[in-house]
Design a protein around this ligand. Structure first.
Ligand code: UTP
Length: 291
């Protein structure tokens, strides 16, 4: 029987250079959509998909992530004294009682593949999810990761979330080549291809459910010695020689919060869903002269 997917890896060790100066001393993954940080949306998605062990691959300047998922007894007591019971629940619900958070360092920012490799001893031989918090996904129909986990559990094959992107944007992504036009299983994945060489415009986005076999192609030590970045996409391309990989089209809206325009769009779209914020935005727009 296929093992259940109980572990989720959150690579959060990157420098976040596109958001400097805020990311000099503050994690990009803690940037808020109004009052909730991106990493909390990601953790909630993993928990809804059935994961109970959250593994954060961190680096220096990321302590705020550990603090966010830990209890803050002094703050709880302060809120209790003021009878702010709703807020006590809000902060205590961040990490449900059945969920464990584990932190491991990535010693050098050597790419996403290397970050995932850092979690190898914690994953052991279990299947696992990988979630990039800077891809915020609002799903129309439940949780995108939950569908991917269900597929893994039925088939035992790794699953990638993919989305069609504009042709000129393919060189920012890992791009898949499907086995046939019916979609589903893939025969190749290429990291950041040139527009003219891209096998399709289906790009891998920040959700993966992976077989532990992928670790055979992610050698942490060699990469540290060479100082070269290690891409998860390249390891997946190698995995294809011995195992099947399914590419599931994303069911929902994705915001690339790793770049400022995507982050801004996520905030505005989320705010527009809340009547109180919607009014503020509409009135601010009315009063803003177009230049
Ligand atoms: P990005 O490439 O989008 O993040 O990686 P970055 O490198 O932090 O950002 P920029 O490009 O400099 O602005 C996607 C995710 O992978 C993590 C990042 O923290 C981010 O959540 N990551 C990236 C690692 O954990 N380790 C790495 O070596 C690289």
């Amino acid at each position: 029987m296929t093992q259940a997917v109980k572990k989720a890896v959150f690579p959060v060790a990157g420098y976040g250079t596109r958001f400097l100066p805020v990311t000099k001393a503050y994690p990009k993954e803690m940037l808020p959509i109004i009052d909730k940080p991106l990493i909390q949306f990601a953790a909630e998605e993993a928990i809804s998909a059935g994961c109970t062990e959250l593994i954060f691959v961190t680096s220096h300047a990321k302590k705020a992530i550990e603090d966010h998922f830990d209890r803050n007894i002094a703050l709880e007591q302060h809120l209790l004294q003021r009878h702010e019971f709703g807020l006590v629940k809000t902060i205590n619900d961040i990490t449900p009682a059945n969920v464990t958070c584990v932190y491991i360092r990535q010693p050098q920012q050597l790419g996403l593949g290397n970050a995932v490799a850092c979690a190898r001893n914690l994953i052991k031989d279990e299947p696992f999810a990988v979630i990039l918090a800077d891809d915020l996904i609002r799903s129309n129909n439940g949780c995108c990761l939950a569908d991917m986990v269900a597929h893994y559990q039925q088939t035992g094959h790794s699953v990638l979330a993919v989305e069609q992107v504009a042709k000129e944007d393919v060189s920012n992504y890992g791009v898949v080549e499907y086995e046939d036009t019916a979609k589903g299983y893939i025969k190749n994945i290429v990291e950041k291809p040139e527009v003219e060489n891209a096998p399709s415009n289906y790009a891998a986005v920040g959700r993966y459910v992976l077989s532990p076999k992928v670790f055979e192609f992610l050698d942490q030590q060699v990469e540290i010695e060479s100082g070269k970045e290690q891409q998860l996409t390249d390891a997946l391309a190698k995995l294809l020689a011995t195992d099947k990989i399914f590419a599931m089209e994303l069911n929902g809206l994705r915001y690339d919060c790793g770049k400022k325009t995507g982050y801004l769009k996520a905030i505005i779209d989320c705010a527009m869903q809340e009547p109180a914020y919607r009014e503020v935005i509409l009135s601010a727009m009315e009063n803003t002269p177009c230049t």
